[in-house]
Design a protein around this ligand. Structure first.
Ligand code: GDP
Ligand code: IMO
Ligand code: MG
Length: 423
């Protein structure tokens, strides 16, 4: 069974924990999109590992880990992350990077920082890791790929096309310093050394030999941050949805048997953008404190709110989810009441939305329609069997399955690998 792990909300759902868990049974683990905007946490025996680009499966020995063509890579960040793993005694010899992955250049992070710092109205609240500008250049066909670092003659040719265009925009639009060809060549030589031990020019062989093996695809971000289906423009610039796993990895869609949507028992979001079930009150603060909801990559406090079955049903549809892993259920251990949003109501005309309205500019008129569930008032972090979960907890999970029309097959009751219940 080849599986894709997809974030079903706005990111930080606990994807890495689920990926790490499922990686036990996989031969090859692939990151297919995004870059170091991701912050993925894995806890094993009380030790915490934080990943940005490296697939969370790296913690197991003997598994191939591949960073696919759909990703964007900031070389210094990649180097730092890999060095951290080496320092922790993790074997990185099976880490492979696609030569087709895109490179985030310093001018991409500069432009991301500029846009975020100066535009207050249209601010996205990005991670300032140059993600948008790198994908923009990729799609404008003026980006650099890792393979370009290893053929200096053609790299020079490419730079003759790219740099005049880039410099014009940097100077005229952003008032930033231009880059000389010598400077970019010097950077590229540095990057070539960083990637040399990991770049996998034999990636076609790797994929071919893995056709009959077990492949696990690790998504970053989440469906509601997807460039095509998310809360545009408050999204990232790639395709975290299940379909992104095919384009971003180099495998066809037929390779995928199961798409596991990871969702929290509530919702969080970092950065700007609509969030209908957001709780700007003491309940939201309580969820943030109990759930330790602070960003891994930026340290920003995450916005918190009740579980939203409207966006989640949408995620099942466009994300291609076949099953759900529900995380952080333990955060509600001491809550008397738990709410679930089942529909939106337009406060201008009373119209009820059961399907997700994609025009986010009208979300300010939407109110959540809630149903209320009784809490279970019990510590569930030590429970490992579904049948041992408190009755109210099982009722709550059964109701989510009913609303989503897909099974909740994994229930996570704590950050550790062990704190997981398979239904
Ligand atoms: P990702 O980006 O989707 O991989 O998620 P993050 O790592 O950004 O955030 C998830 C956070 O929740 C991490 O700190 C995890 O260790 C933690 N976590 C994951 N699952 C659970 C769970 O079931 N219960 C609790 N209490 N924490 C969890
Ligand atoms: P993981 O993989 C949560 C958000 C940013 C911002 C928007 C665009 O850990 O779930 P970007 O830097 O991508 O251009 O920012 O997307 N964002 C994330 N939010 N988790 C992430 O990754 C995110 N990666 C980007 O906060 O709102
Ligand atoms: Mg995260």
């Amino acid at each position: 069974m080849n599986k894709v792990v997809v974030g079903a909300q706005w990111g930080d759902e606990g994807k890495a924990k689920i990926t790490d868990l499922l990686a036990q049974d996989a031969d090859l683990i692939i990151r297919y999109q995004g870059g170091c905007n991701a912050g993925h946490t894995v806890v094993v025996d009380n030790k915490t590992f934080k990943f940005h680009l490296v697939p969370s499966g790296i913690l197991y020995e003997g598994k191939d880990c591949f960073i696919g063509a759909g990703t964007v890579i900031l070389p210094e960040y990649f180097e730092e992350e890999v060095q951290g793993l080496i320092n922790d005694g993790i074997d990185v010899s099976r880490l492979k990077v696609s030569p087709l992955a895109s490179i985030t250049m310093p001018y991409h992070t500069e432009v991301d920082g500029y846009t975020e710092n100066t535009s207050t109205k249209g601010k996205i609240g990005t991670t300032k890791k140059g993600i948008g500008p790198t994908y923009t250049d990729k799609y404008a066909r003026i980006g650099l790929k890792i393979q370009d670092l290893y053929s200096l003659d053609t790299l020079e040719e490419k730079l003759d096309v790219i740099l005049p265009l880039k410099n014009k925009t940097l100077e005229k639009v952003y008032g930033l310093q231009p880059y000389t060809k010598e400077k970019v060549l010097e950077l590229c030589q540095k990057y070539a050394k960083i990637f040399e031990p990991y770049v996998c020019f034999e990636w076609q062989e790797l994929l071919e030999k893995s056709r009959n093996k077990k492949v696990l695809f690790e998504g970053a971000q989440g469906v509601m941050l997807d460039i095509d289906y998310g809360t545009y423009p408050f999204v990232t610039s790639s395709n975290p949805i299940g379909g992104g796993a095919a384009t971003g990895s180099g495998f066809g869609p037929k390779m995928i048997d199961e798409v596991i949507g990871v969702a929290k028992a509530y919702v969080t979001r970092v950065g700007e953008g609509p969030f209908v079930t957001e709780l700007s009150n003491e309940i939201g603060d309580r969820i943030r404190e109990v759930g330790h909801e602070y960003g891994v990559t930026t340290g920003r406090p995450r916005r918190c709110g009740w579980f939203d079955a409207v966006t989640m049903r949408y995620a099942v549809l466009v994300g291609g989810l076949t099953t759900v892993a529900l995380t952080k259920v333990d955060v509600f251990d001491r809550f008397d009441e738990i709410k679930v949003c089942t529909a939106y109501k337009d406060n201008r005309n009373g119209k009820i939305y059961k399907s997700y309205p994609t025009d986010v500019y009208m979300h300010k008129y939407l109110e959540p329609v809630y149903e209320t569930h009784k809490g279970w008032n019990e510590d569930i972090t030590g429970i490992r069997e579904y049948s041992n979960l408190p009755e109210n907890c099982r009722k709550y999970l059964a109701r989510l399955e009913e609303l989503l029309e897909v099974p909740v097959s994994i229930v996570s009751v704590g950050p550790d690998r062990e704190q997981t219940i398979f239904k």
